[in-house]
Design a binder for this molecule. Structure first.
Ligand SMILES: Cc1cc2nc3c(=O)[nH]c(=O)nc-3n(C[C@H](O)[C@H](O)[C@H](O)COP(=O)(O)OP(=O)(O)OC[C@H]3O[C@@H](n4cnc5c(N)ncnc54)[C@H](O)[C@@H]3O)c2cc1C
Length: 310
């Protein structure tokens, strides 16, 4: 019996050869060898520990809203923290959330308890884990503003990280590189009238809808800001708005977004990314760094000449 058969018998919910595209907001990605959806910290630890001990390639995903999987898929185990691992507990002005809960659900529960502060995060299609790892945010606010404590595991043990241990930065945290899986997060919110909270949420989503192609499949803004300036500004200046490769397109509405108009492939998206990076380097002298996390084989990502040499 191979390793994946052994693992799939140890965790409650594991499927073989799962197509990854429906699990991402981009709608792109081939199959993975095993797709595991743990329902407890114990199952997460067991899976990570098993993969590490047996040299099996694995990756973690939350809501798949900042991920680009390769057309060849992922030759290993994808561990999805989603609605099977999404409990929420409110205690006075604190909310403790399991990593798989969506930020929208967290916002709704907090609002019901007369707590505010989560409105901006609820406008992102994020899981609590993904938002924390990437320190997601918008309009000058970020996840780190609300985080008090993070529980994370390396498979052998679970550690509590105080906010200062998380080393939050722009779309960055210690969890991007330390190999720990975020399992739970404690947020500190403030008392707020639910009507006021809802108005802030609706105003924020309205602002986003006006400037971003939220009706299209994408992974959000593809590139990080450069020197505090939106990548979309530079891409627009390069005259690249609307450029297509197959079904992949640089959004007409917001040049920082690459959208999937139907059946775009990872390869098509990467041709656009390559075009943007090359033109930006030649015209402005710097390379825009992807914010979207690229996950797959070297073959899929060989095209990215500047930032990624996998
Ligand atoms: C329409 C749209 C609009 C968006 N707008 C914004 C925006 O305004 N601001 C912004 O910051 N982002 C935005 N995004 C991007 C995205 O929603 C955020 O980056 C979000 O935080 C990603 O969360 P996720 O759960 O989907 O993570 P995923 O995409 O599933 O994963 C992202 C990365 O985090 C890692 N990860 C996920 N969960 C864990 C965990 N529990 N432990 C360890 N590692 C983990 C994964 O391995 C991967 O490397 C937008 C995306 C879309 C589609």
């Amino acid at each position: 019996m191979d390793f994946l058969n052994i693992l799939s018998r140890q965790v409650g919910f594991a499927q073989k050869e799962v197509l990854l595209s429906p699990h991402t907001t981009f709608g792109i990605g081939g199959r993975c060898r095993l797709f595991v959806q743990p329902c407890s910290c114990d199952e997460i630890c067991k899976t990570v520990d098993f993969c590490r001990d047996n040299g099996v390639l694995y990756t973690i995903m939350g809501n798949g809203s900042n991920l680009l999987f390769g057309d060849d898929g992922f030759d290993g185990v994808v561990i999805k923290l989603g609605n099977r691992f999404a409990d929420l507990v409110v205690n006075e002005n604190k909310v403790i959330a399991q990593a798989g809960a969506t930020t929208k659900r967290l916002y709704n529960l907090a609002k019901k308890h007369g707590l505010g502060g989560m409105e901006f995060l609820a406008t992102l299609p994020a899981s609590v884990g993904g938002a924390t790892v990437l320190n997601a945010g918008c309009f000058g606010k970020c996840t780190a503003d609300l985080v008090e404590k993070v529980w994370a595991t390396d498979g052998k043990s679970t550690k509590v990280f105080d906010k200062s241990d998380c080393r939050f930065g722009y779309r960055d945290s210690v969890f991007k590189t330390n190999g720990f899986v975020v399992t739970m997060v404690q947020f500190c919110l403030h008392r707020a009238d639910p009507c006021v909270t809802e108005k802030i949420y609706l105003d924020t989503i309205c602002k986003k809808r006006q400037s971003q192609p939220l009706d299209k499949k994408s992974a959000g803004c593809f590139f990080k800001k450069h020197d505090g300036i939106s990548a979309g500004y530079f891409i627009d200046k390069l005259g690249l708005k609307g450029v297509c490769v197959g079904d992949a397109q640089i959004s007409q509405k917001h040049a920082g977004f690459v959208v999937n108009n139907g059946n775009a492939t990872c390869s098509q998206v990467l041709q656009l990314v390559d075009l943007i990076q090359t033109k930006c380097k030649n015209t402005f002298g710097f390379v825009l760094e992807p914010e979207v996390v690229l996950c797959g084989s070297t073959h899929d990502f060989r095209r990215l000449s500047y930032t990624y040499s996998l």
